[in-house]
Design a protein. Structure first.
Length: 485
């Protein structure tokens, strides 16, 4: 039997374009799917950096204009990791300064409905009899709101014969726009209904995908349960509960070739579980980089994050002095909310030698933090999956996490029982509060002072396989269940 043809439709894909975890997933999962024998291909917008990175892209077909969606060329290319890709080439929508979703000033592009309506429309076309190329997807795998209209286009405008899956990477972003966009995007007026794409008087790309997709996945089992409750459902818990039989949580993996302390060229000294003593050289380098006192006998805590309420880094900022008094040192690499950025700058300036920070994102620095800190702090109020807690364990850096979403599914709390069982890998706290975070950090510092326990935590985490193989097999099984063969 020939391999299943899977179209992985995504607004970003590492290493070409990435703003968060979705970019990492899109860069790794299709590779893993192809490794187990599926014909997975990626569909991506033709942003300037994408086209610049793919100079060999060839014209494969054309997409005619409909409603307000402009015409576009479909380019065929091969991504840096070898996965075949289709690129939607429409300079009027994608070739501009700024990021994938926002302009240089941080404001959303006003034509985002057109930009991602076109991406969704092309995704549905590639799975239909109206595909502009000979290759036709047997399943369209959409991701987040930016491709959420693909299942709707397939069902409403293209006959609905080709099944689709929508993966929720973060339910908080829903692609909600004014009702006039229904007609502007070439969707029937009847679709603007509760049983359709209407959401509290507006049209929602994400609601459309959740309603029309044959199956829904999230990026961790715990998050799949959480979003069916009002507190975490972001207004969509009712629909998700109704569709619970079609909802599956599959824990993301990480790229274990990029994130491997034994081969990482971005850190000063490489190491593995048999040479953990070499990790200390990275700690010293990190302390030097941030002007911290070169202390080796107290723990250095770190975070690489976005300064947003979701990530909960404000909980750590509120207890900085209590943490430093344990004693401990802290390094934070972050960007985001301007008020939090200023608070972090002020705290850092007043605590030289003990607290270091970098406002922004730097890939090399992110690797150095994972390798150089003793423990990694992730106090997220909610976290669909999270990747840093997996990177951390792979680098022998026990994570301290709020017990939510994928953090629950990928970290084993350090208790006497889990230490004895050889399963402990980090520290969890149950309430998203500064007090609960401080208690978890205090437990971490106590464990750090016990060399036997700390060594066990590091080795347990490093022994865990966080690669993509298991997730790829789970997705393949789901594809097989919903694709008629």
């Amino acid at each position: 039997m020939p391999p299943l043809r899977i179209l992985y439709a995504t607004p970003e894909c590492a290493p070409l374009v990435k703003t968060g975890g979705l970019g990492d997933v899109a860069g790794a999962l299709p590779v893993a799917l192809r490794q187990i024998g599926l014909d997975a291909r990626v569909l991506l917008p033709g942003y300037g950096p994408v086209l610049a990175a793919l100079p060999g892209a060839r014209i494969a077909g054309r997409i005619e204009a409909i409603a307000r969606l402009p015409e576009a060329r479909l380019l065929e290319a091969e991504l840096p990791h070898g996965v075949p890709a289709w690129i939607v080439d429409c300079p009027a929508l994608y070739d501009r300064d700024g990021g994938p979703y926002q302009d240089a000033g941080g404001g959303d592009w006003q034509d985002n409905p057109l930009r991602f309506g076109l991406l969704s429309h092309v995704a549905a076309r590639l799975g239909s009899t109206q595909s502009p190329v000979a290759w036709r997807a047997q399943l369209v795998h959409a991701n987040d709101w930016q491709t959420g209209l693909a299942p709707a286009y397939a069902a409403l405008a293209l006959g609905g014969a080709t099944p689709s899956i929508l993966t929720i990477h973060n339910l908080a972003f829903q692609g909600s726009f004014a009702p006039h966009w229904v007609a502007d995007l070439g969707l029937p007026a009847t679709s603007f209904a509760v049983d359709g794409i209407e959401y509290y008087g507006r049209m929602s790309f994400l609601k459309a995908g959740l309603f029309f997709a044959n199956a829904i996945t999230t990026v961790s089992p715990t998050y799949a349960r959480e979003i069916q409750n009002e507190a975490m459902g972001m207004g969509l818990h009712g629909l998700l509960t109704t569709r619970r039989d079609s909802l599956t949580g599959i824990l993301n993996g990480i790229d274990t070739t990029v994130w491997d302390p034994a081969s990482d060229t971005l850190i000063p000294e490489r190491y593995d579980a048999t040479t953990l003593e070499h990790k200390a050289a990275n700690k010293r380098a990190l302390q030097v980089r941030f002007g911290l006192d070169p202390l080796h006998d107290i723990p250095l805590l770190g975070a690489v994050t976005r300064l947003t309420p979701q990530k909960g880094i404000d909980l750590l900022l509120d207890i900085v002095d209590a943490v430093l008094a344990l004693p401990a040192q802290i390094v934070i690499v972050a960007t985001g909310d301007r008020a939090l950025e200023q608070q972090l700058r002020t705290l850092t300036a007043a605590r030289p030698g003990h607290l270091g920070s970098f406002i922004g994102f730097d890939e090399t620095l992110a690797h150095l933090v994972e390798a150089g800190v003793d423990a990694f702090v992730m106090p997220s109020r909610f976290e669909p999956c999270g990747l840093n807690q997996m990177y951390s364990q792979r680098y022998g850096t026990p994570p301290i996490v709020h017990a939510t979403g994928g953090l629950v599914d990928s970290v084993v709390d350090c208790t006497p029982q889990s230490v004895a069982a050889g399963t402990a890998t980090g520290f969890k706290f149950l309430a998203p509060s500064s007090g609960a975070l401080l208690q978890a950090i205090e437990r971490c510092v106590a464990a750090y002072r016990d060399p036997v326990v700390w060594d066990a935590l590091q080795r347990n985490g490093m022994a865990h396989d966080f690669g993509w193989a298991a997730a790829a097999r789970a997705y393949a099984a789901l594809y097989e269940r919903i694709v008629p063969r």
